[in-house]
Design a protein around this ligand. Structure first.
Ligand code: SF4
Ligand code: SF4
Length: 82
């Protein structure tokens, strides 16, 4: 099963350049055309489910506007010692 992730976009930094949209391997990012940032750009946003937390968007964003979160994998239980 693919890892589950999500992103937080800092709209005070996002310039709506769409690099993250173009490079997201899962194709889940889009520009939110219903919102404007304080600087007057349409901000990037998660448009659908399927983010894997791969971090590509955060790496390509020239404004460092994206923080990626990834669901932690459950740790295997330690074997019982008898
Ligand atoms: S973390 Fe990866 S899958 Fe999730 S939005 Fe960013 S580039 Fe797309
Ligand atoms: S790459 Fe960064 S600045 Fe460009 S649209 Fe995405 S979040 Fe905004």
């Amino acid at each position: 099963m693919a890892a589950k992730g999500w992103v937080k976009i800092d709209e005070t930094l996002c310039k709506g350049c769409e690099l993250c949209v173009a490079y997201c391997p899962a194709g889940v990012l889009t520009l939110n055309t219903e919102r404007l940032t304080p600087h007057g750009y349409h901000p990037a946003a998660l448009g659908k489910e399927g983010c894997t937390g791969c971090n590509v968007c955060a790496v390509v964003c020239p404004e460092a506007a994206i923080t990626v979160y990834r669901e932690a994998k459950a740790r295997p239980r330690a074997a019982a010692v008898s």
